[in-house]
Design a protein around this ligand. Structure first.
Ligand code: ATP
Length: 444
């Protein structure tokens, strides 16, 4: 260090202002001082000050001795400051984490629309499995709410105060999957300028959500299986094994069983993931949830877009919306609400639907409602008719066979036909479709 940075003051009265006034405020007049500035690289860390009673007590030899202590003192002070900064950042991070977790709870955990109606069965299964550590496999078409349900499981589990880490298995390039999932050490490959924790390590003590798990390439399937069996990972380029305690929720819109048969998905991995499968029904099979979903999205989206007046939806428009096929499920409905708000929200009304109903497959015949619009009780015949029509709509009008309505209703196909005749439900598809539409009009 530069010796000039140590100052010897043997008599305060020889110093100029404001130093003299400052020193006389802090120390008695009859004192000598050694003052050393502490620097680390180009950062001034502070001032180290020694004083002793009596004038003319210090000389250059004392200054030289003190200068030997400059580096250790500067390093010690710098460490203390860095430690304090780490503690401050840690507190800040914990606060941020809490805040974000609460936000997540608000967005997802608390807002599973349809939890009491169309998703009731799903939510019952969520409650059964949430507190256990068993892997869960969420099945369902795109946009049905698999991630929403994964969140609900995590936030109802004992792991809710730890991380929920989502991995979109289909969105990570194949050569980066290992490093993304398991992390890497510095220098493991070109571009690995520092070591990095993978998603499994980040999810430790929490939950990892493997979305689109059917998209995992074969090599990554093998490594995932090893983690599931051994509960430990190895970073890319690392030699140590790191234990991880992670709950696995996976999801797919694909038919994994068919993929196992065709050899594109490992059978052993399938059985490990498929411990507790939950199938989330498509939106067209729970049309009674649509009004609640629409008001939920209207409220959220209008807040986001800064639109104050919520549009009023007429009964006819709601019926039209409910009879649509919704191939993109809840996500499509959410986008539809946003688009409608942007286009017509200011006029305070929902314009005629901008979509084309003909996208529904030929055998789609709509889903009847069991809820009478007027609030009156349905007669027994009406309720049975609605129930049969609902089953038929789920089976695409099919009565017989493994995927037929009779199997769904646990009765003989001939008994079902008899009941349908008695209740005036036509058996041919065209007549059936009209019947359901009419029924919906009367009872939705
Ligand atoms: N029951 C629900 N209540 C409230 N919002 C929902 C519900 N289901 C889905 N959503 C919303 O719909 C959108 C799509 O849901 P999500 O991403 O969970 O579907 P997904 O099945 O995981 O889709 P993908 O198969 O494409 O990954 C999200 O914005 C989500 O918040």
């Amino acid at each position: 260090m530069n010796k000039n940075q140590i100052q010897i003051i043997n008599d305060i009265n020889n110093e100029g202002e404001p130093k003299r006034s400052l020193f006389s405020m802090l120390w008695p007049e009859n004192t000598s001082h050694l003052s050393m500035e502490l620097w680390l690289e180009k950062t001034r860390l502070g001032l180290f000050h020694l004083f002793v009673e009596g004038k003319n007590r210090y000389d250059q030899s004392h200054a030289d001795l003190l200068s030997l202590l400059h580096e250790p003192f500067a390093i010690a002070i710098s460490n203390i400051l860095q430690h304090q900064e780490i503690l401050r950042l840690k507190d800040m991070l914990a606060d941020d984490n809490n805040y974000l977790r609460n936000q997540m709870m608000e967005i997802t955990g608390d807002t599973v629309i349809g939890a009491e109606f169309g998703l009731r069965g799903v939510m019952e299964m969520v409650q059964q499995v949430a507190l256990l550590n068993s892997p869960v496999l969420l099945l369902g078409e795109t946009g049905v709410g698999k991630e929403v349900i994964a969140n609900a499981i995590h936030y109802s589990s004992k792991r809710k105060n730890n991380s929920f880490i989502r991995v979109n298995c289909g969105a990570i390039p194949e050569n980066l999957i290992d490093s993304e999932l398991f992390g890497h050490e510095k220098g493991a490959f070109t571009g690995a300028i520092s070591s990095k924790r993978g998603r499994f390590e980040r999810a430790n003590n929490g939950t990892i959500f493997l979305d689109e798990v059917g998209e995992l390439p074969p090599a990554a399937q093998v490594r995932l299986l090893r983690v599931l069996q051994q509960h430990e990972i190895e970073r890319v380029g690392g030699t140590e094994t790191i234990p991880v305690n992670v709950r696995i929720i996976s999801a797919t819109h694909q038919n994994l069983e068919a993929m196992v048969k065709s050899g594109t998905f490992r059978e052993d991995l399938f059985y490990r993931l498929n411990v507790f499968p939950i199938t989330i029904p498509p939106l067209r099979h729970r049309v009674d949830d649509i009004p609640a979903l629409i008001s939920h999205f209207l409220e959220h989206k209008s807040r986001e877009l800064g639109i104050d007046n919520l549009p009023i939806i007429s009964k006819e428009t709601m019926e039209e919306i409910q009879s649509y096929y919704w191939p993109g499920n809840v996500r499509e409905l959410e986008n539809f609400v946003e688009r409608t708000l942007i286009q017509g929200g200011i006029e305070n009304k929902i314009d005629p639907l901008p979509f084309n109903k003909t996208v529904a497959p030929e055998n789609y015949i709509g889903t009847p409602s069991l809820r009478p619009a007027t609030g009156r009780m349905l007669s027994m015949d009406e309720a049975v008719t609605a129930h049969i029509l609902k089953a038929l709509s789920q089976t695409g009008g099919r009565i017989e066979g493994g995927k037929g309505a009779a199997r769904l209703l646990k009765i003989n196909p001939s008994t079902l036909r008899g009941r349908m005749r008695k209740l005036g439900i036509p058996c041919g598809k065209n007549g059936l479709a009209t019947r359901i539409m009419n029924f919906n009009k009367r009872h939705s």
